[in-house]
Write a protein that binds this ligand. Structure first.
Ligand SMILES: Nc1nc2c(ncn2[C@@H]2O[C@H](COP(=O)(O)OP(=O)(O)OP(=O)(O)O)[C@@H](O)[C@H]2O)c(=O)[nH]1
Ligand SMILES: [Mg+2]
Ligand SMILES: [Zn+2]
Length: 283
């Protein structure tokens, strides 16, 4: 039988096949070839001995959070407690786009800001929208219903950002555990500890544990492609990394105010991270 892994807790996999639930384990052969099954995988399993025999080719595989076959990522971005980090936001956008997943930014905790604070964020949100990334407050999720119908949608974002709360609000019967972030540290305790798919009105949402740090496992070329706005410009050198090269049109655009400064700063930061980790590889 064919089914989809909707939950994994250590070596136990919950498989949903046409609405019926099977608790399966994996055949040893997966371990032998170093292949791990992940939530979102479409698998072939034996309903009698409850073993997973085979795994269908994946459309994509996100490594943090670990989940396969995803169409959209809701990048859940809290504006306060935890405070918004443009670096984390840009990193998530990069990781998602690099895996051919469409990003949507969901803003949370807008209610904790005053009008002046909110106003300061507006130009940045406009900029992301100009990159064809929807920016939607968690109070206006109805807008997304049509777009997400029938799709596999992962919620990702910092711990305490309000991912699980979004799903609880969409389906009052879910009761996923949520927890206030600890004020003293101004950083979240990890409340969600496993990845799980919840179907709500024919949308397949994947709730995931939050994180506080993220690695970029990309090449320079892949990184550049995820900063879509840079693609508009033709630099003097075709392989320009928009760093210190002369005739760089991206830097000219930045100077003219056409590129959001935090985007460029984060791009350079990620470029350095990639260079440093690849130089470590060759040492
Ligand atoms: N004021 C306010 N609080 C919110 C909002 N959204 C979520 N919260 C609160 O933020 C806290 C953290 O929410 P969770 O849904 O547990 O966050 P999470 O992203 O699932 O966290 P992890 O599971 O640790 O990754 C909870 O106390 C929520 O009630 C919001 O829009 N405004
Ligand atoms: Mg959670
Ligand atoms: Zn350039």
């Amino acid at each position: 039988m064919l089914g989809r892994i909707t939950r994994q807790i250590s070596n136990q996999y919950t498989v949903n096949s046409n609405g019926s639930i099977y608790n399966c384990s994996a055949r040893g052969k997966f371990k032998n070839v170093g292949l791990s099954l992940v939530v979102g995988d479409i698998v072939e399993f034996d309903p009698d001995d409850l073993r997973i025999n085979d795994i269908k080719p994946r459309i994509n595989l996100l490594s943090r959070p670990t989940v396969a076959n995803i169409d959209y990522a809701l990048i859940v971005t809290s504006l306060k407690k935890p405070d918004l980090s443009y670096t984390l936001l840009d990193k998530l956008i990069t990781l998602v786009i690099a895996n051919n997943i469409k990003p949507i930014i969901i803003l949370t905790k807008i209610d904790l800001l005053n009008n002046k604070e909110l106003k300061e964020y507006k130009p940045a949100f406009k900029y992301y929208e100009s990159l064809d990334i929807l920016v939607i407050p968690n109070t206006k999720l109805k807008k997304l219903k049509k777009i997400l119908k029938g799709k596999n949608v992962v919620l990702t974002g910092q711990t305490g950002a309000g991912k699980s709360s979004i799903l609880n609000k969409l389906d009052k019967n879910l009761n996923i555990e949520t927890k206030p972030i600890s004020d003293a540290l101004n950083r979240g305790v990890h409340t969600t500890r496993h990845t799980e798919i919840y179907e709500i009105n024919n949308i397949f949402f994947v709730d995931t544990p939050g994180f506080s740090a993220l690695d970029l496992k990309l090449t320079k070329e892949e990184l550049i492609k995820t900063f879509k706005e840079f693609g508009k410009y033709t630099c003097l050198y075709q392989d320009c990394t928009h760093n210190n090269e002369s005739g760089c049109k991206v830097k000219e655009a930045l100077a003219k105010g056409l590129i959001l400064p935090s985007r460029y700063i984060n791009y350079i930061r990620f470029l350095k991270e990639i260079n440093e980790s690849s130089s470590k590889l060759y040492k």
